[in-house]
Design a protein around this ligand. Structure first.
Ligand code: ASP
Length: 712
């Protein structure tokens, strides 16, 4: 049961039916879902006074998952459980390559670094968060006030709700804020992860593409202390009993069926200005693509040395490749749709509307020009800012050094003054994350990343921001000596040793971090740059907070309607229909793929290397369960028109009766544009068909105990 304490958006009573929309909890009851084809009621989906489907949905590893048994069994994507499988893997136990199946509960292994988040309640807190802010508040102060108000509210709420976590989510930038209360489960275990050749069949090549033939699913399980409270991993913990779990419909879906998705989509940017879109299109995304390509090339080359080295890079390469291809899709989509120019034309109408009215002109007349100025300024120094950011985060030892320095500064402050990662409520996790990252450390990769970033920084025009780092480069023999200078940092640093990191963390916590380690010394020398960078970011946040809030007001006045807030990692519902699409002239893509397609694509070489055992089972599949007569095959994946984004991975795809028929895992290349604009013609999400998931679990893995646990 999720308690709703107040309505927060004040939308129109009934929203018009449309396929676009990631509806927050407060909007679900305003939709005419029956008209869309739903057989169950909005209350069955979300019931603030009782149990509903929402109670079965969790956020896990940056993705969505759902409970599918009364014993805390969670179904999510293979790529969402990937980090857990990688961390548990070694050359002897290669769970990425071979998969993992626990024969029974006692053999389920820890999914390190994973938590399960369950939404308990929410309420509008806009007035509390914006308290003390007026039109005259300066940008830095604005950011500080919002942060302070949020932290205070979170602290107070957590004190009133022991064992729970509170989080404030910004719904409309600078306008509406919602406080969510969550349960966090900290003991999560791996139950079944298929081998890479099935879960990740097609690899990066197929990622963001249709047709798809991978079984992108895994089973995990949530555990609690015997007294029912969330606890760290312990053999004494017991399976969590969720308030609700989803029923599976083994019959799956058919073309044209209504489907809906519940989950935690990450971020969309549909209400942003043309200036923002231009900045993304011409500055930020192209630069990210360029650098991620460099990192990947390096990591892939190093990975070919041995399986041990490869395992250390797997998860990072996967993440980089995912973003890099997504951005390329977005860049292509923006160009093709002329998105920035269209938004600019809309804004011209908006500006004319404002100028026609004296009082509107006074309040809003300069908003669009100010936004332009803001993003032009940001574009001018973007490369330097981006690379300074990368310098402290892209390689592992630099990230550890920066965190140690930060801990030294933040941990001596009072809790509410600390940066979020260093507050008491988050600090253990921050420390844990640092040490976990160390497991992926491979010196030649780390060193090469740091060197190439420094090489580029050396070439950029001098500026206050870059002076310290350019001075360091000069003092160490200039650009041509950088590989040697960086190597010296790496041969002398002790930050590869977890015991030393622990020791330095304890010293940092009392403000006594010694600046003797060369890596720490190097980054301490850049403190002024990072202080300036962080101040700049606070100022920008404050400016956008004011301007984006105004832009929303202007649009509401002009269009005379309300909008759905952009995705922000909080709970959303989206619905649509199982449907193919036409990506290009004369090309139509059907909405289902099949097991025969898997066999057809199989080349025997990674990433199209289907296991022989699966090929054998395929030959017998006609007479087996989950074979579909209409398709004359076992369906493997499907397409539908829902409105999804990153974070929706692992979301259950539910049919008109609210039963699970698929598992969302991706979008088509054209649909990467969703984050900026949804389009009926292009926006298609991709899910693993439940029949393939069950066939793999039952027939390939032989995990009939899991099917029984799900009542199948
Ligand atoms: N693949 C995405 C994810 O990992 C889903 C998407 O962006 O559509 O969340």
């Amino acid at each position: 049961m999720i308690r709703r304490i107040a309505l927060f958006l004040g939308f129109l009573p009934l929203l018009l039916l449309a396929d676009e929309g990631m509806y927050p909890l407060s909007e679900i009851h305003k939709l005419d879902l029956q008209k869309a084809g739903l057989h169950i009621t909005a209350t069955d989906i979300f019931n603030e006074n009782g149990i509903s489907l929402v109670d079965a949905i969790v956020q896990i590893g940056g993705c969505t998952g759902s409970f599918v048994s009364p014993q805390g069994l969670i179904l999510t994507n293979h790529h969402c459980a990937y980090g857990a499988a990688q961390r548990a893997s070694s050359t002897e136990h290669d769970y990425i390559q071979n998969g993992f199946l626990a024969a029974d509960q006692s053999r389920e292994i820890e999914a390190k670094g994973y938590t399960v988040r369950i939404t308990e309640s929410y309420r509008d807190v806009s007035a509390e968060i914006l308290k003390g802010i007026s039109d005259k508040t300066g940008p830095v102060e604005r950011t500080e006030i919002i942060e302070k108000n949020s932290k205070q509210l979170v602290k107070q709420t957590e004190a009133e709700n022991p064992g729970k976590r509170a989080e404030v989510a910004e719904m409309f930038i600078g306008k509406t804020y919602v406080l969510f209360i969550y349960t966090y489960i900290r003991d999560v275990r791996m139950v079944y992860v298929p081998p890479r050749s099935i879960g990740e069949f097609g690899g990066d090549e197929d990622n963001w593409e249709w047709p798809r033939h991978n079984a992108d699913f895994s089973f995990l399980r949530a555990y609690m202390a015997p007294d029912g409270s969330p606890a760290d991993y312990s053999p004494d913990n017991v399976p969590f009993q969720p308030k609700n779990f989803l029923q599976i419909d083994p019959a799956g879906a058919s073309e044209g069926d209504l489907v809906f998705i519940l989950g935690y989509p990450g971020r969309t940017f549909r209400h942003r200005s043309a200036a923002f879109l231009r900045f993304e299109e011409t500055s930020r995304m192209p630069l990210v693509v360029e650098w991620y390509q460099r990192y990947m090339e390096l990591m892939r080359t190093n990975s070919s040395l041995s399986r041990d080295v490869a395992i250390r890079h797997l998860n990072r390469i996967k993440g980089l490749a995912n973003t890099e291809k997504n951005y390329r899709g977005k860049l292509q989509g923006m160009k093709r749709l002329g998105l920035t120019a269209k938004r600019q034309a809309e804004e011209q109408d908006l500006q004319n509307f404002v100028l026609a009215d004296k009082s509107l002109d006074k309040s809003y007349g300069t908003v669009l020009a100010d936004l332009n100025q803001h993003f032009n300024d940001q574009a001018a120094s973007f490369e330097a800012e981006f690379l300074l950011g990368q310098l402290r985060s892209a390689a592992i030892l630099p990230a550890i050094a920066r965190s140690l320095i930060k801990a030294g500064v933040e941990r001596v402050k009072t809790d509410l003054e600390r940066e979020s990662a260093y507050m008491d409520r988050n600090y253990d996790r921050t420390k844990h994350g640092l040490l976990m990252n160390l497991n992926n450390f491979y010196a030649p990769t780390d060193q090469a990343i740091l060197t190439m970033i420094l090489q580029r920084l050396a070439e950029l025009p001098a500026s206050e921001l870059l002076n310290p780092v350019q001075d360091w480069i000069r003092d160490n023999g200039g650009s041509s000596r950088l590989p040697t200078a960086v190597e010296e940092l790496y041969t002398k640093t002790q930050l590869t040793d977890p015991v030393e990191i622990d020791r330095l963390l304890s010293l940092a916590e009392t403000g006594q971090l010694p600046a003797t380690d060369p890596m720490i010394l190097f980054f301490s020398g850049l403190n002024d740059s990072y202080k300036a960078l962080d101040d700049l970011s606070d100022r920008r946040k404050g400016e956008i907070n004011r301007l984006a809030g105004k832009l929303t007001e202007m649009r509401r006045l002009y269009l005379q309607k309300d909008f759905i807030p952009d995705a922000n990692g909080t709970f959303r519902l989206t619905y649509g229909y199982v449907r193919g699409y036409q990506p290009r002239d004369a090309v139509y893509k059907k909405p289902f793929t099949t097991l025969s397609g898997v066999i057809e694509k199989t080349t025997g070489t990674e990433p199209f290397d289907t296991p022989q055992a699966l090929i054998e089972l395929y030959k017998k599949s006609k007479s087996r369960r989950f074979f579909n007569q209409n398709l004359n095959d076992i369906p493997t994946a499907m397409l539908y028109t829902t409105d999804t984004t990153g974070g929706n991975s692992g979301s259950p795809v539910l049919n008109a009766d609210g039963r699970l028929v698929g598992l969302n895992f991706d979008r088509t290349f054209e649909a990467t544009i969703n984050d900026f604009a949804w389009s009926e013609s292009y926006s298609r999400s991709i899910g693993a068909d439940i029949r393939y998931i069950l066939w793999i679990t039952g027939e390939f893995a032989g995990a009939s105990h899991l099917l029984r646990e799900m009542n199948l």
